[in-house]
Design a protein around this ligand. Structure first.
Ligand SMILES: [Zn+2]
Length: 707
């Protein structure tokens, strides 16, 4: 119990947090009691605290085994910022540097040491560890023991030696991979039979999921970015290197900082781009899936896919790089039929055996199913990982805007019969051309303009037909034969549909919505806090630059947001902010307080009114007139009056001053409103009429708000 109390003190004084999350406390307790633990936790769940805190509470040095060199560096940087004695040993160091760290280790100077597995297994290292007092072993990315997984590391399978040589030192193995087979393998390969297993939900509630049609993907992406992520850091995934280059260039032309990353770039360029992504605020990285492993940037606000991932596992892992700090983040995708064909082709052309190809094929089908789903996407993702979730999430596109469905039976029959009548030898574009009645040479040469289905689909656009075909593939009615250049063929499943025994409802095609200036923009930052927010971010970037660490190592976004909310004006109040531990308070507390003091919140804007009202108030405060505010914000003047009325009602503004009314006029309106109040239950039309339209409704509303 004493140790747990100390663990809580460390959480508060060092990391600046008041409470543990998920099962962190139980996991820490297990290690403090000297037992082993196996922890399955999604990324962003706070895995590292599970061993960092016991490492600091127990006597001796904790040894953290990690396969990811970049990640070691980040973690050690972050710990050193907190004043913790931590170091790493890996191949990136010179012999001298390594010797120094070894010295520190031997003299018991280190609370934590991060080691790559191949280093750890060297006899010299094991002997050295035998001479130290050890607090615990943490085996990170424990799924690397699995020879079936894509992250397999041979050395991980030899790590059971730790149990044999250091049987009294507690071990904790951690992974963000969920499935049962990997879990069993970790237990047997690492000799963790006696470990307590902690399985956390794999839900990432702060991630919003949305998947859309892929036509005009660049525009869709741009709309998504301008609506939700005007200044945010994020990752855009593309399937090909060429597309990575094109999209990165295009985003740069649009004024964003967007950098390419793929295996074809020189090592140095890749490293530089990755560094900028980590160290600068608001950088977009456009990448193939080669990017991401070992990236632990907590404030990635979005992951956008411009192509279909090859499986739900891949989708979950890639989108999981967003929002590791627990703040709201978006997983967004636009995909098209061509992606399915390309991915099938990849599998077909690979050297894998038939069984393996079948598995890949099946995984792609599940992914496609997720895309064309009409119900909650989160439920479907969790179900794929065998996790049941009771209710719809309310945090995905399908929950928020349930897709319209239509009876597509007739059109689907036309489509299927067109595939059949052309002997199942043609791809989707050609079939759609026939349906649309396009008279080109190829169709004429093949005599397909004589088919009964020729021109039968002109009531729909080609884009709508593509949507229909995509759904038919996702639902298993049509298959793509990649050995025959993507020819469409019918499956057994079509029979009842073609015979007229079955009807079929499909998802309605939706045009991308044109964003308006204010449409459902998810505001994390209140309009009145925006200048201070930018100032705090700039200060953080400057301090981080001086120290050569990423900005989030100084403070996470969530911590800066708390500062906005509470605007601490003393060190005591600053210490209350979540994420401000003792070290950081000492180092940065006064700098951030000084910045906050430079941006006082005026009495008018210190309110709980909605964001849109505050946007109006912000402009009003700058001295703009009502009509100018309306133009500036592209809203109606009546709306501006309504916003001002809200501020008048809570006593932030004086009606007479806002409206520029002299006393007599004001009293005239007040009397009129009062005389109608009882009979008309607050309706303004009688007042307006009685005053012969001298004052518009906006004015009347503001006066009424002042009563
Ligand atoms: Zn949902």
């Amino acid at each position: 119990m004493v140790l747990v109390k100390r663990a809580k003190q460390v959480l508060k004084s060092l990391f600046g947090y008041d409470t543990f999350r998920h099962s962190q406390e139980e996991i820490i307790q297990t290690l403090l009691d000297g037992h082993d633990a196996l922890v399955l936790m999604p990324t962003g769940g706070g895995k590292s605290l599970c061993y960092q805190i016991p490492a600091l509470v127990r006597d001796g040095t904790a040894v953290v085994i990690s396969p990811l060199i970049a990640l070691m560096q980040d973690q050690v940087d972050a710990l050193q910022q907190l004043g913790v004695k931590a170091a790493f040993i890996n191949s990136s160091q010179s012999a001298d540097e390594t010797r120094q760290v070894e010295q520190q280790l031997l003299s018991g100077d280190l609370a934590l040491i991060y080691i790559a597995p191949e280093r750890l297994l060297m006899p010299k290292m094991l002997i050295m560890l035998g001479q130290c007092q050890l607090a615990l072993f943490a085996i990170d990315e424990a799924h690397c023991v699995s020879q079936w997984g894509h992250d397999f590391r041979q050395e991980y399978q030899q790590l059971k030696i730790l149990h044999q040589q250091f049987s009294s030192v507690p071990r904790i193995a951690l992974t963000a991979t969920a499935d049962q087979r990997t879990r069993d393998e970790i237990i047997s390969q690492l000799d963790l039979g006696d470990a307590t297993v902690f399985i956390n939900s794999f839900d990432r509630p702060n991630i919003h999921y949305a998947i859309s049609e892929g036509n005009n993907p660049k525009n869709r992406l741009w709309q998504f970015l301008s609506q939700h992520h005007g200044n945010d850091a994020g990752i855009v995934y593309c399937l090909s290197r060429k597309k990575v280059e094109t999209i990165a260039q295009w985003l740069s032309d649009q004024g964003r900082v967007a950098l390419p990353y793929h295996a074809g770039l020189p090592q140095l360029v890749r490293q530089q781009n990755q560094q900028r992504f980590l160290r600068e605020d608001g950088v977009i990285i456009v990448a193939t899936i080669a990017f991401g492993m070992g990236i632990d940037k907590p404030d990635v606000r979005f992951v956008a896919h411009l192509n279909l991932p090859k499986s739900i596992e891949a989708y979950y892992q890639e989108t999981g790089r967003a929002g590791r700090d627990g703040q709201a983040a978006n997983a967004w995708m636009a995909y098209g039929l061509q992606d399915v064909i390309t991915l099938r082709q990849f599998t077909q052309d690979s050297n894998a055996d038939e069984a393996h190809k079948r598995v890949e094929h099946h995984k792609l089908e599940s992914m496609l199913g997720l895309c064309e789903l009409v119900s909650c996407r989160r439920q479907a993702i969790l179900a794929y990982f065998d996790e049941q979730s009771g209710s719809q999430c309310g945090q995905c596109d399908n929950c928020q805007n349930p897709p319209a469905q239509w009876d597509a039976t007739e059109d689907v029959r036309k489509a299927l019969s067109c595939v059949y009548r052309t002997s199942q030898r043609f791809g989707v574009t050609y079939i759609i051309d026939i349906l649309m009645g396009k008279l080109d040479d190829r169709i004429q040469q093949n005599g397909h303009d004589k088919l009964s289905t020729f021109g039968l689909g002109q009531h729909k656009t080609a884009v709508e037909w593509r949507s229909i075909f995509r759904q038919l593939i996702a639902l298993g009615y049509i298959d793509i034969d990649v050995t025959r250049y993507g020819a469409l063929c019918l499956t057994e499943q079509c029979r009842p549909l073609l015979k007229g025994d079955q009807t079929l409802a499909l998802r309605q095609y939706e045009e991308p919505v044109k964003p308006t200036k204010t449409s459902n923009k998810k505001q994390l930052i209140r309009p009145q806090d925006e200048t201070l927010w930018e100032a705090l971010r700039a200060l953080r970037a400057r301090l981080a630059g001086e120290l050569g660490v990423p900005p989030y190592v100084v403070f996470h976004d969530a911590t800066l947001q708390e500062m906005l909310k509470h605007r601490p004006d003393s060190l005591a109040k600053m210490a209350q902010i979540s994420g401000v531990g003792e070290q950081k308070l000492m180092r940065y507390g006064s700098d951030f307080m000084a910045e906050i003091a430079k941006h006082p919140l005026s009495a008018l804007l210190d309110n709980r009114l909605s964001d849109t009202v505050n946007e109006t108030l912000l402009l009003y405060q700058q001295g703009l007139s009502i009509d100018v505010i309306a133009t500036e914000r592209t809203i109606k003047e009546t709306t501006v009056y309504m916003h001002l009325a809200e501020a008048i009602e809570v006593g932030l503004l004086e009606a007479r001053e806002v409206l520029g009314l002299d006393k007599a006029d004001y009293i005239e309106i007040v009397r009129m409103i009062e005389s109608f109040e009882e009979a008309e239950k607050g309706r303004l039309k009688p007042v307006y009429d009685a005053l012969e339209g001298q004052y518009n409704y906006g004015v009347l509303r503001c006066v009424r708000a002042s009563l």
